[in-house]
Design a protein. Sequence first.
Length: 95
Amino acid sequence: MKHAGPEALDQLEPILEEIRRLDGIKEKKRGSFYCRSSGFLHFHEDPAGFFADLKVGDDYVRFPINSKTQTQTFLRRAAAALNSGKSGRRPAGVE
C-alpha cells in the first residue's frame, strides 16, 4: 500500500481540512502530520480505497476512510488520540 500521492490528497482535502483544525499537530508535508517531533498521521491509497494511519500510543492504527461513517469515526479517534497524547493516556477503546 503506497502513501497517498498528490491526486489522492486532492480527493482527501475535506478530511485534511478537518485535521488541520485540531490543536497540537503540524502538517510538515501535505498529508503528513506530526505531534511534537513524532509522526502522528499520514494517508495511503490502495485499490481498496483510502486509509489513514493514526499514531495511537506507540503504534499506528489503520483506518479506512471511504465513507462518511468511516471518516467520522476516524476523525473522532484522531481527536481522542491527540488529546490522550497530551495527557499521556491511551484513548478508551483503543488496544
